[in-house]
Design a protein around this ligand. Structure first.
Ligand code: NDP
Length: 434
């Protein structure tokens, strides 16, 4: 605690994981002897750097950049980059820590990392975004590589930013390694299905969880928070499978459309115009817009999918969802529910899919992009989607079976934490004190 003073998000993430690991360390004292818990909570490398850039008025700006290379026991560092004003060391460390377990759970050979900057892309011109990305990459390129550390997108970093980052990486290094970044455009090494992967994967996970409890997604009413990459493709797949999504949001407010959200309108506003969700009313005047994003959880629904950011669901929101009869909650965002909110869901027998299992489809598909880059081949959308489905099914089964093995319950939070941990811990034991 002293070493990580003030790092609230990181300490919360560590607390949740360590609590889950009690049964596993009790059974395996060698983890204690080798101080695996102390070592796994300490990033292998933490890089912080300044990112100076020039805005359109000619004014020099400066932001702070980060890359945390958390754990490489099972493979090269892998994790997204986040550009958002809230980014700080605690948030990057919590995300990198979670990523280590998530990547392990996918069953693929990737270690954990995360990075980003407190740069706010909102309201910036394309040229400003490009100049920022180039300055960011000028430092980042010293620390990454296709066999070392492979960044991807996250909040505020989509195909446009990855394109600028990749272009400048090539310019600086003169290395034509497509596998150094994932989330690339299709024309230069991107994978079909990557854009959809986190959202689709979340719904595949949700389907597994529902089916296992004799429920189905069909005709269920769903609320999705956010309207970015994860939210849009979660809404798309849920709708394709016969559910009705009635609400989504951005950081300013939320919309409710009882007839079902028209996804083509949301895509036009968010992916093409980069506008605000309240513009939905310009296309669908019968819908409702409410200022402030937190109130979205007061809308009655069967299933809630938080897909915006950390800390979205506190105890009060969780209680409202429970009172309104929610049957399942699956996390598209990272750590959107507080520890108390998760506890409340579990005490009320709400099916709960934790982020590190439910949203692992994005990084898993990024790893598939790396495989295609290495082979210099491109798989079809159907092939990638089929692999994603298999991976999500497997993650659900692993989390569930592990929970049953260690704690005789179907607590997926503990199951996912333990399963993710054991693979990394065993690899660390095997590799000695390095
Ligand atoms: P995007 O930037 O595409 O979208 C983020 C959405 O969340 C936007 O609608 C944004 O609204 C909203 N949002 C962001 N910050 C806040 C905030 N502080 N309060 C309220 N709303 C907010 O990001 P992604 O969809 O890629 O990521 C969403 C979540 O999913 C994150 O937690 C991310 O870590 C996680 N995730 C993403 C993966 C991916 O493949 N993209 C993979 C695994 C997890 P606004 O536009 O107003 O800012």
């Amino acid at each position: 605690k002293n070493r990580n003073k003030g790092e609230k998000e990181f300490l919360n993430a560590v607390k949740e994981v360590l609590y889950s690991l009690v049964p596993v360390v009790e059974k395996n004292p060698e983890y204690i002897k080798a101080n695996i818990l102390g070592r796994i909570t300490e990033p292998e490398r933490l890089i912080s750097f300044s990112v100076p850039w020039v805005d359109d008025k000619g004014q020099v700006q400066v932001n702070r950049g980060f890359r945390v290379q958390f754990n490489s026991a099972i493979g090269p560092y892998k994790g997204g980059l986040r550009f958002h004003p809230s980014v700080n060391q605690s948030i990057i460390k919590f995300l990198g820590f979670e990523q280590t377990f998530k990547n392990s759970l996918t069953g693929l050979p990737i270690g954990g990392a995360k990075g980003g900057s407190d740069f706010d892309p909102k309201g910036k011109s394309d040229h400003e975004i490009m100049r920022f990305c180039q300055s960011f990459m000028a430092e980042l390129q010293k620390h990454i590589g296709a066999d070392l550390d492979i960044p991807a997108g996250d909040i505020g970093v989509s195909g446009r930013e990855i394109g600028y980052l990749y272009g400048y990486y090539k310019k600086l290094t003169n290395i034509q390694t497509q596998g150094v970044l994932t989330g690339k455009g299709l024309a230069y090494g991107g994978s079909l299905g990557r854009t959809q992967a986190t959202g689709y994967g979340l719904i595949y996970f949700l389907e597994e969880m529902l089916q296992d409890h004799n429920e189905s997604i069909q005709e269920k009413t769903i609320i999705v928070s956010g309207s970015g990459n994860v939210a849009i493709y979660a809404m798309e797949k849920a709708t394709q499978l016969g559910a009705k999504v009635i609400a989504c949001s951005d950081s300013n407010g939320y919309i409710v459309d009882e007839n079902g959200i028209q996804l083509d309108v949301v895509k036009k506003i968010k992916e093409v115009k980069r506008g605000r969700i309240k513009e939905y009313l310009d296309y669908v005047p019968a819908a409702k817009y409410v200022e402030g994003c937190k109130g979205i959880w007061t809308t009655k629904c069967d299933i809630a999918l938080p897909c915006a950011t950390q800390g979205e669901i506190d105890t009060q929101s969780a209680q409202t969802l429970v009172d309104n009869g929610v049957i399942a909650v699956a996390e598209g965002a990272n750590m959107p529910s507080s520890l108390e909110a998760i506890d409340l869901f579990q005490k009320n027998n709400i099916l709960f899919g934790p982020a590190k299992a439910a949203n692992a489809g994005g990084v898993a598909t990024s790893a598939l992009e790396m495989s295609q880059n290495s082979m210099r081949l491109s798989w079809s959308f159907e092939e990638v989607d089929e692999k994603l489905k298999g991976i999500m099914k497997n993650i659900y089964a692993t989390a569930k079976n592990t929970a049953e093995e260690y704690i005789v319950s179907d607590n997926l939070v503990m199951g996912a934490n333990i399963a993710g941990f054991v693979k990394v811990a065993d690899a660390m034991l095997a590799q000695g004190i390095a």
